[in-house]
Design a protein around this ligand. Structure first.
Ligand code: AMP
Ligand code: AMP
Length: 226
């Protein structure tokens, strides 16, 4: 091989690497994940309210997570793009209301949002910049009022319900099938923890989930009060 041929060969390999790298940063759909604060807080680990006060007794956003159709997902895609509070300062009060931190020690939410942006948001950066990412999640939450959907079906905090009745109530209201993730309260009872809906790659439109996460729920689960 001449020097010239060799450098072409090397360039092709590099280009291929670059293509694989770029492809590995794309994704197929989002999980939009909302969380019942009562079920985060009544576990053995408990919780800490944000410095801004006890969150509303409503579902809060956990995240908007880029995923692949095969069930795997990319994470921490761009270390050169740290969370920048000044890019979302106009959204801050909405984020405090709708995307509350419950981790200990108490904080105002920036650590939680920063974790979500850096782990998940950076993997959809080609579609949604930081402002658009947080705004999309906030808009999605307004589109599907989970608490109202459950209430309309007679499902309210403080009771125990069949998993099927919870799924049906959300399917009816959202028009798409949710995934319900359970955790256990401090006595070991299964309870509704997080609700997953799927969203197309624009971050705007609900879709049927190409793939559901794995997990265990009982057929009858608690919906604890908060
Ligand atoms: P993720 O890494 O986005 O899949 O989210 C999981 C991480 O988020 C775990 O470290 C959880 O403890 C944390 N987490 C979940 N819900 C909350 C919340 N409401 N506030 C703060 N941290 C949370
Ligand atoms: P099973 O009761 O496990 O036979 O599930 C009946 C249907 O509910 C199947 O279509 C499952 O995919 C679905 N399913 C099972 N567990 C959940 C869950 N935690 N959230 C949403 N759907 C579920």
């Amino acid at each position: 091989m001449t020097k010239f041929q060799c450098s072409i060969a090397i360039s092709l390999v590099l280009l291929q690497c670059l293509a694989v790298h770029v492809a590995s940063q794309s994704f197929d759909f989002f999980y939009f994940v909302q969380q019942w604060p009562g079920s985060y807080c009544d576990t053995q680990q408990s919780c800490c309210y944000p410095t801004t006060g006890k969150p509303a007794a409503d579902f809060g956003i956990h995240g908007l997570w880029p995923n692949y159709n095969d069930g795997s997902y990319p994470s921490n895609c761009d270390s050169s793009s740290p969370f920048n509070p000044s890019e979302v300062s106009d959204l801050k009060s909405s984020m405090q209301n709708s995307w509350p931190t419950l981790a200990c020690p108490s904080g105002d939410g920036e650590q939680f949002w920063s974790h979500e942006w850096e782990k998940h948001g950076t993997c959809s950066e080609s579609v949604l910049d930081q402002h658009a990412y947080f705004e999309s999640a906030l808009t999605l939450k307004q589109k599907v009022n989970l608490l109202q959907a459950l209430k309309s079906a007679g499902i309210t905090p403080g009771g125990s319900y069949s998993l099927k009745s919870i799924k049906d109530a959300i399917t009816e209201a959202a028009g798409y099938t949710p995934w319900i993730e359970c955790n256990k309260d401090s006595s070991g009872n299964y309870q509704i923890y997080q609700i997953y809906l799927c969203v197309d790659t624009s971050g705007s439109n609900l879709i049927e989930c190409p793939m559901f996460p794995k997990g265990t729920c009982a057929s009858e689960i608690e919906f604890p009060s908060f």
